[in-house]
Design a protein around this ligand. Structure first.
Ligand code: 5GP
Ligand code: ZN
Length: 118
């Protein structure tokens, strides 16, 4: 279920160290190494799935879990409450979508502006 050549699979197994935000049966979350915003972490499935382009109906539960987990982890990591605070979710998909790491990941960004990007 993991890909030996994938850096995010290596983060899940601990072969590459990361600053963990959360872990459960389905997902792993960790701080981005090159943050665009004061708070910037990634939520990834615990098994190798290249991108959103490969999603099938059986992934609905996983994606729902990631989406509903994001606000909880954003608050945990210090994002101020909606509507004055909040956060941004980005899922880059494919080369033209700006995806560099081909293991599906949800960027969750927040904190006071200005941000480095966006
Ligand atoms: P993408 O451009 O594929 O949507 O985003 C990949 C993200 O993964 C980038 O924001 C990049 O900084 C982050 N990243 C790449 N390699 C590592 C790593 O080894 N550790 C961590 N924590 N983040 C990484
Ligand atoms: Zn992977």
């Amino acid at each position: 279920m993991t890909d030996d050549h994938c850096i995010f699979c290596k983060i899940i197994t601990g072969k590459i160290p990361s600053r963990k935000v959360h872990e459960d049966e389905q997902v792993f979350a960790f701080h981005d190494i090159a943050p665009w915003a004061p708070i910037h972490f990634l939520i990834i499935p615990k098994w190798h799935l290249p991108s959103m382009a490969q999603l099938a109906p059986e992934h609905a539960g996983l994606m729902g879990h990631m989406m509903t987990l994001a606000p909880k982890l954003a608050a945990q990591e210090g994002c101020k409450p909606y509507p004055d605070g909040g956060f941004r979710i980005v899922v880059n998909t494919g080369a033209e979508g700006g995806q560099e790491v081909h293991h599906l990941h949800m960027h969750v960004m927040g904190g006071p502006r200005p941000w480095l990007r966006g």
